[in-house]
Design a protein around this ligand. Structure first.
Ligand SMILES: Cc1ncc(COP(=O)(O)O)c(C=O)c1O
Ligand SMILES: [Zn+2]
Length: 400
């Protein structure tokens, strides 16, 4: 596959060709990363050439696979300065096609599936990855076979059905969905595009790292807060930073990478607190931030390594804190965030209170999706509002 030098196992370092579809390392199940000849690219690919390119993530074409993109206009989302905190920026991924950052990963994964001549794609999903897969598969005229928990937000199911995907609702979690895909994929001839089970979703998500650097004029911030389930965005951004350093676009300094999870499903936080190199399966996972309901991340060892290397941290937000932050962002920033994204604000507040970040630190908070995907969830969490006393007259409640 032109453009790609080879695929490299993140566990044993074994190299593989990208000329045919690959999944994970056959030796040890390690996640495969796409490698490019960056030393060669460095000679003719300068970030000044980006200025005139279209505002999608495919503007970074030289560091993406060289195939005809299956694109719906994903990426180059706004980097909004916070109206509340002077050095805080909100990267609003809710503006992507299908309303979440999952569009980036699926755009590249489906692009490559098409280039390889694959016909049937399958994925377990917490919800938004399913919507994105269904949309990109439709755009590429490929079959999408989707397995998601039966209690995903309504939008995810309606979107997938509208895009013509084959949808199975599972009485369980994403881990149960993953098991079903693994059991059936051989017989059904499905190519499995599960999180980190193929090398290209990371490539799409790494464009968040390139964009963040470009939008902050090639000076990385002191911190990045990222709502983490499978952790693909975090891995992708870290990979992008290393690539950009090799290209000579940034120096060796890195942001402190912050993982925020839901208190009802926080396997990475627990492993981090216990100083472990990988995470245990989180039993009875439950949270209204459905994208964070990932009891076991396949790339846990990579997430924890990035936290260590970046002097970062992992922390949890309760559902009540998340919904409070959701309402706060809507009213103060004008941002209608996904609950997962609102968890970033909870983490920022906690880390400022602890002194982990100071008011002078530049910090990017990821809103990974749009709240419009969660209307049923948000409505079910609406606080019972008592009207102000001055508007109650003789038992009749205003407005008048
Ligand atoms: C809105 C949202 N935010 C965050 C996540 C977690 O993403 P990742 O699995 O890349 O860590 C998801 C996953 O479904 C999501 O839908
Ligand atoms: Zn390996």
């Amino acid at each position: 596959m032109s453009g790609i030098a080879y695929l490299e196992c993140t566990k044993c370092g074994a190299l593989y060709s990208a000329d045919q579809p690959q999944t994970v390392c056959p030796n040890d199940g390690g996640v495969l990363y796409v490698r490019y000849d960056l030393e060669h690219l460095k000679r003719h690919f300068n970030h000044t050439s980006l200025a005139t390119r279209p505002p999608t993530m495919w503007r970074y074409a030289e560091v993406l696979p060289d195939a005809t993109p299956v694109s719906l206009g994903e990426g180059f989302t706004p980097m909004l300065p916070s109206r509340e905190f002077p050095n805080v920026f909100i990267k609003d991924e809710g503006l992507n096609p299908t309303g979440s950052f999952k569009a980036r990963g699926m755009s590249v994964a489906v692009t490559m599936a098409k280039a390889y001549g694959l016909k049937k794609l399958a994925a377990p999903s917490a919800g938004n990855a399913a919507s994105a897969l269904a949309a990109y598969a439709a755009a590429a005229s490929l079959e999408a076979h989707i397995f998601m928990p039966k209690d995903v937000p309504l939008a995810n199911r309606v979107e997938c059905e509208s895009y013509g995907a084959h949808v199975t609702l599972v009485n369980g979690l994403i881990s149960d969905c993953a098991r079903i895909v693994a059991e059936r994929k051989q017989d059904e001839e499905w190519f499995d595009v599960s999180t980190l089970k193929e090398p290209f979703r990371v490539e799409g998500k790494k464009t968040m790292g390139y964009e963040l650097a470009e939008q902050l004029k090639w000076k990385l911030p002191q911190g990045i807060i990222y709502p983490t389930g499978g952790g693909v965005g975090l891995l992708g951004m870290w990979k992008a930073f290393d690539e950009m350093e090799t290209l000579g676009w940034i120096g060796p300094d890195r942001p402190k990478m912050v993982v925020v999870q839901s208190a009802g499903c926080a396997p990475i936080v627990k492993a981090w607190d216990e100083g472990k190199p990988s995470a245990d399966f989180w039993p009875d996972a439950s949270t209204l931030a459905s994208g964070l309901r990932v009891p076991k991340a396949y790339g846990d060892y990579l997430i924890l390594e990035i936290l260590r290397k970046s002097s970062g941290i992992a922390l949890a937000a309760t559902d009540a804190e998340i919904m409070d932050a959701f309402r706060h962002w809507a009213r103060v920033e004008g941002i209608f965030a996904a609950p997962e994204g609102a968890a970033s604000l909870v983490a920022y507040r906690k880390l400022r209170a602890r002194g982990f970040f100071s008011a002078d630190d530049k910090v990017v908070l990821f809103n990974t999706g749009s709240g419009l995907k969660y209307l049923d969830v948000i409505e079910s969490q609406k606080p019972t509002m008592k009207p102000p006393a001055s508007r109650q007259i003789g038992g009749i409640i205003g407005p008048y």
